[in-house]
Design a protein around this ligand. Structure first.
Ligand SMILES: CC(C)(COP(=O)(O)OP(=O)(O)OC[C@H]1O[C@@H](n2cnc3c(N)ncnc32)[C@H](O)[C@@H]1OP(=O)(O)O)[C@@H](O)C(=O)NCCC(=O)NCCS
Length: 157
């Protein structure tokens, strides 16, 4: 068992590793449904991506109830990316998404971070706006089904 990196009440943040691929895949599918990353994409995120910063949130029973996959850019001066952020449905609305996002941002070494979100995803956009992300650009028909994406950015330095 890995030591927690951060603790909030009964919840702990741990570094996510390839050993967690199956529960993270299950969690992602339950949260994102048709937008969920495939098992292969999550394998790459957990095992192969250079400068990946992957963190999981676990409850008292040590079940993984949140995941944030991010990466610092290998090119100097280029932004980091939040690749995925999700909290299990029955744990949403308790401040845990904000907690995991905040922790992940503090692990990044780049001067800015970007992410992409569906334009209709009001809860996530609201979280990012309240975390000082600005709207950078709209990505036409970016998501499956043809919905636009919104690219958002935050300065970290
Ligand atoms: C987006 C998500 C990560 C937020 O996590 P969460 O734990 O539910 O959010 P928190 O309780 O930490 O709330 C933080 C902020 O998010 C926003 N928010 C969260 N749920 C919201 C809702 N249902 N409606 C509006 N805003 C909401 C609010 O700004 C909130 O701040 P406040 O409590 O001060 O109002 C979570 O809802 C989730 O996993 N959603 C599905 C996956 C997803 O869309 N991920 C983002 C993809 S880019």
């Amino acid at each position: 068992m890995f030591a927690p990196l951060d603790v909030r009440g009964a919840f702990q943040i741990r570094r996510a590793t390839l050993l967690d691929l199956n529960p993270i895949y299950k969690l992602e599918k339950s949260i994102f449904r048709r937008d969920a990353y495939t098992r292969l994409e999550l394998f790459i995120q957990l095992a192969l991506l250079p400068r990946a910063r992957n963190f999981e949130l676990v409850n008292e029973a040590r079940d993984i109830i949140g995941f944030c996959g991010a990466m610092d850019n290998i090119l100097p001066g280029r932004p980091a990316w939040i690749i995925t952020l999700g909290i299990a449905e029955n744990y949403q609305g308790q401040g845990l998404g904000r907690y995991l996002l905040d922790f992940t941002e503090r692990q990044l070494r780049s001067g800015k971070v970007r992410l992409t979100v569906r334009v209709s995803n009001y809860p996530a956009i609201s979280l990012y706006e309240s975390h000082d992300y600005i709207h950078r650009k709209r990505l036409r028909r970016y998501y499956p089904g043809g919905e636009d994406g919104l690219e958002m950015e935050k300065r970290l330095d």
